[in-house]
Ligand binder design. Structure first.
Ligand code: MF3
Ligand code: CO
Length: 250
């Protein structure tokens, strides 16, 4: 497993890629409301990414047909935007987007509320986000990769939610998915040592019910088997000599 260590120049490019993606997410957050279609979100996302002179990295990735993955309620990730899929009051919607700036990738996901959402579903979304922050407390040079996984698992376990095991976080750089894979659940071993200059996409996917997922007929959309809601939160981060740097926030 070859994990790339980014040079100072590469880190600058990834910082820029991250900021641009954070601004795209911020704009997308502003249009989430009952009555809009998941396709409208994708269309705006693609337009914003291209307006920054970047390439939407998901479009045509292994044949994926859009720039933003839009996953509603029990859809975990990789939902395909669709003109007929209209957001309704009480839904939650996960937006996952990636872009390439001067050859360097950034990748981030947010789960939004559509209007007023049931408290227990709001809690799922908030705890999912918080689990990312629990995970990256461990994302420091000298710690080990799976310290992150174990911290996420330990935090989530208190709530009885299901941690999706079939998909993981990943290294990122000149490729969208680089080594290493970063599970969000407990690992027996501690994994590789973290070093400054590693860039990682950490992305807990958390189900309100059981962890089991299945794929829809479209071969993309991952859904919770029990039909209960699922949340996703992801940022691209940089391992430094000290605190990790979150690249995909403003
Ligand atoms: N953000 C996703 C990930 O981290 C990538 C989406 S896969 C695509 O794996 F095909 F939709 F691009
Ligand atoms: Co990712």
């Amino acid at each position: 497993m070859a994990v790339s260590i980014k040079s100072q120049r590469e880190i600058e490019l990834m910082r820029h890629a991250g900021k641009l993606l954070a601004s795209v997410h911020e704009e997308l957050a502003g249009i989430i409301a009952p009555g809009i279609s998941t396709l409208e979100i994708d269309r705006l996302g693609e337009r914003l990414i291209r307006s920054h002179g970047c390439i939407p990295s998901f479009l045509n990735y292994n044949g994926y047909p859009a720039s933003v993955c839009v996953s509603v309620n029990e859809e975990v990730v990789h939902g395909i935007p669709c003109r007929e899929r209209i957001l309704r009051e009480g839904d939650i919607v996960s937006l996952d987007a990636g872009l390439i700036y001067k050859g360097y990738h950034s990748d981030a996901a947010r789960t939004h509320f559509v209007g007023e959402v049931r408290p227990e579903v709001r809690k799922l979304v908030e705890i999912t986000k918080q689990s990312f922050f629990e995970g990256i407390k461990m994302a420091r040079a000298g710690n080990h990769l799976f310290d992150i996984s174990n911290a996420i698992d330990r935090f989530i376990s208190q709530y009885g939610y299901g941690i999706v095991r079939d998909l993981t976080g990943h290294g990122i750089g000149t490729g969208l998915h680089e080594d290493p894979q970063i599970p969000n659940f407990r690992q027996i071993r501690r994994g590789m040592k973290l070093r400054p200059g590693m860039t990682l996409a950490i992305e807990p996917m958390i189900n309100m019910g059981r962890a089991d997922v299945e794929w829809l007929e479209d071969d993309w959309t991952v859904v919770a088997q029990d039909g209960l809601p699922s949340a996703h939160y992801e940022n691209t981060i940089l391992i430094t000599e000290g605190e990790p740097e979150i690249l995909t926030i403003l």
